[in-house]
Write a protein that binds this ligand. Sequence first.
Ligand code: HEC
Length: 473
Amino acid sequence: MLSRTVNCLGPVFTGLLCLSASFGHAATKVESLYQSSCASCHGPTLRGGLGSNLVDKIWKHGASDAEIMANIKQGIAKVGMPAWGKSLSDEEIRGLVIYLHEQEAEAAAADFQTKIDPTNGVFSTDLHKFKLEEVAKGTGTLWSMDFMPDGSILATQKDGKLWRFKDGKRYGPIMATPKVKDDSQGGLLEVQLHPDYAKNGWVYLSYAVDGANGGSMTQVVRGKIKADHWLDQETIFAVPDKYLLKAGYHFGSRFAFQGGYLFFSIGDRGSKEMAQDLTRPNGKIHRIHDDGRIPNDNPFVTTKGAYPSIWSYGHRNPQGLDFDPITGQLWATEHGPRGGDETNIIEPGKNYGWPVITYGMNYDGTPITAETAREGMEQPKHYWVPSIAVCGIDFYTGDKFSKWTNNLIVGSLAKQELHRLVIVDSKVVKDEILMKNQGRIRDVANGPDGYIYVILNPDSGSRQGAIYRLINL
Ligand code: HEC
C-alpha cells in the first residue's frame, strides 16, 4: 500500500491513474462491511448481542484507535472475538474503526440534543448563557462577513452579491464587483478589510474565477468601496490558465492578515493528489504581501518548479483561518473526508498529509488509507469523528463573554454546530458544543460590540442566509 500511495505523488500525476492503482478490487463500503462481518454478533445497530455493545463508550479491551484496530485485526481469542486480519485489508479495518466512532458519537448526540436545546430562546452552556438575535438577512447563501468602521457589515453572498448592512437594513449589492463562477461550492466567497482599512480603504475578496474553457480557481482581488460602488480593483492573486480546474468544489478561500502579509487557503479542488504536488496552487495555504507580491523568504521560492506563494501543503479544503492573539500562531480548520475534519497549526513549508494520511474515509464509506501518521507529515491538533463540516473560525477577543477569552470559536456546516475550543500550550484541551441545529454556520466573527457574530444558512428551502449575534445574558 505504501509504495502504491507514493506512486501517486509526482508532479505528472493524474487523478484517475492514482485511484485505480490504489485498490486492486472494488472497495467495500464500511456499512455493508459491518453488516456482513460484524452485525451477527454485535447487532445490526451495534448495541450488542453475542458480542459487546460497540457504541456505549466502554472499551474493555482497549480504547485507543490502535488497540481497537489490533482487536479487530488479531481478534480476542479468549472471549471469542474472531481475527479479521486475513479477510479484511488494513484500510477496511481502519474504516471500521472510524465507523465505530461515528456510531458512538451519533448515540451520544441523541442524549446531548436535549441538553443543548434552547429553553425560551436561551442557550445554556458550561460557562455562559446566551440568546441568538438576527442582525441582517441576505437573499441567498451568505458566505463571509467583516465589519466597517462606520458600523456597517460587509457580507458576501455566494451568487456574487456583496451586501452592506447597516442598522438591520440591506444596501447594495455593491455595484461592479468581479464576475464569479457561482457553481456548486464556488462563487463569491471571502471578504475582509485590510487591517489598516481606516488609512488605505482596501477591501479584499476571494472568489471562484470564471476562467478559460470552463475552468476555475480561487482568485483574490482588492478594491475600494465608495457610495456602494466597487472601484480601483487590483488583482492580488490569480493563477495562469493552465492551473484552472473544472471541478466545482474545494475552493478554500479564507483570509488572515499578519504583519503586512495576506495568508489564504485554496482547497484541493477535488484533485486530492495535487495537494502533495508543489507545482500546483491547490491544496495549499499561501502567503503573499498584501499587494500580491511574493515574499522572498517563502519556504519554496527557491524550489525549482514550485508555486512560489505556497506556505504549507497537503490540505484538503481549509475554510477557517485565524491567528492566535496570544502566540501569533496561525490556526486553520479543514474539511476532511468522512471522519477527518481537522484543525492544525500552520507552519511554513510543512506537509499536513492529505491524502497520504488522514483520520477519515470517503463519504460513501469506502476507505482512503489506513495511515493516520507518517514521518515528515504534521498531525492535527484536533479532529472530529464524525465530521461536522468544520468551517469559519475566530479566536474570541471581545469583552462580553469573559470566560471565553482567546478560545477558538468554530462553526460547522453539516452538523450545524458552534464549537468552543480551549487551547493551552498549543494543544486543544476542551471542545464544547455551544449551539446546534440553528443553521449551517459558514462564518464566525468577533463583532466590534464584543458579541460573537455568525452566518447561518438554512439547510434547505430558500437558503436565505442571515447574520445573527450571540448576546450573553
Ligand atoms: C462471532 C462473533 C463476533 C463477530 C462476528 C465479531 N465480533 Fe467483535 N467481539 C465478539 C466478542 C464475543 C467480543 C468480546 C466481548 C466482551 O469482551 O464482552 C468482541 C469484542 C470486540 C471488540 C472489543 C470491544 C471492547 O469492549 O473493547 C471490538 C472493537 C470488536 N469486537 C469489533 C468487531 C468488528 C469490527 C467485527 C466485524 C469485523 C466484529 N467485532 C465481529 C464477537 C464477535
